[in-house]
Design a binder for this molecule. Structure first.
Ligand SMILES: [Fe+2]
Length: 204
């Protein structure tokens, strides 16, 4: 007897190499932003950094990636519009606790400067809510169907796009070099629902 297992559903993580798409001036601008304390790491005081005129060229690149994601990953007709965007810095020994992004459809992180070596892993959690029953797999039998957490090692110049409801965390930065990131949220623009069903919602 041989069991054949098929995948019914899957969670996307889009990875785009954008190295070379951000200019030295844009990197210098993000590095010059005023940063404030955010639990253990630092976050930019400006929480709409991609609205700044200095970053409009780069914003257009991100928007193009979001368009690609909406069409080819989500398969939907609506657009993904950037909402809040911010910069983060993790000093040595600093990570980020598990969290998800509220009021957002797709979230992203872009590693706009050289990542420390070794780069902190990002962990994504399969569960989006409290789990009463825990059945962790034996480590040697962990697979895509049973794993609770999946680790990703971001690369310098890479953009990650993922569903905003996914819980994720960043391990502590093991290096004396600072780990810098641009992060953002999105929401849909366009019509959803159906006029005749009185479920129509027009988001402009
Ligand atoms: Fe996050």
């Amino acid at each position: 007897m041989q069991m054949k297992v098929e995948t019914l559903f899957a969670t996307p993580l889009a990875r785009v190499d954008l190295s070379g798409y951000i200019t030295e001036d844009q990197v210098a601008f993000v590095d010059s932003l005023t940063m404030v304390a955010n639990q253990t790491n630092l976050i930019s005081e400006n929480l709409y950094i991609l609205d700044r005129p200095e970053l409009q060229g780069f914003r257009a690149i991100i928007s193009q990636c979001l368009k690609d994601y909406a069409i080819n990953v989500m398969g939907c007709d609506q657009e993904l519009l950037l909402t809040q965007s911010w910069a983060l810095r993790n000093a040595e020994g600093v990570g980020m606790h598990s969290h998800a992004h509220s009021n957002s459809i797709v979230s992203g992180s872009f590693y706009y400067t050289e990542l420390p070596t070794p780069a902190s892993k990002m962990f994504f959690d399969r569960n989006t809510s409290y789990q009463r029953l825990e059945l962790p797999p034996h480590p040697e039998r962990a697979n895509i169907f049973n794993t609770k957490i999946n680790a990703v090692i971001p690369k310098t110049g890479e953009l990650l796009l993922f569903p905003s409801e996914l819980n994720h965390m960043v391990e502590q930065n093991p290096s004396p070099e600072v780990r810098s990131v641009i992060a953002f949220n999105t929401f849909i623009r366009g019509n959803i629902g159906n006029f005749r069903d009185v479920s129509e919602l027009s988001l402009k």
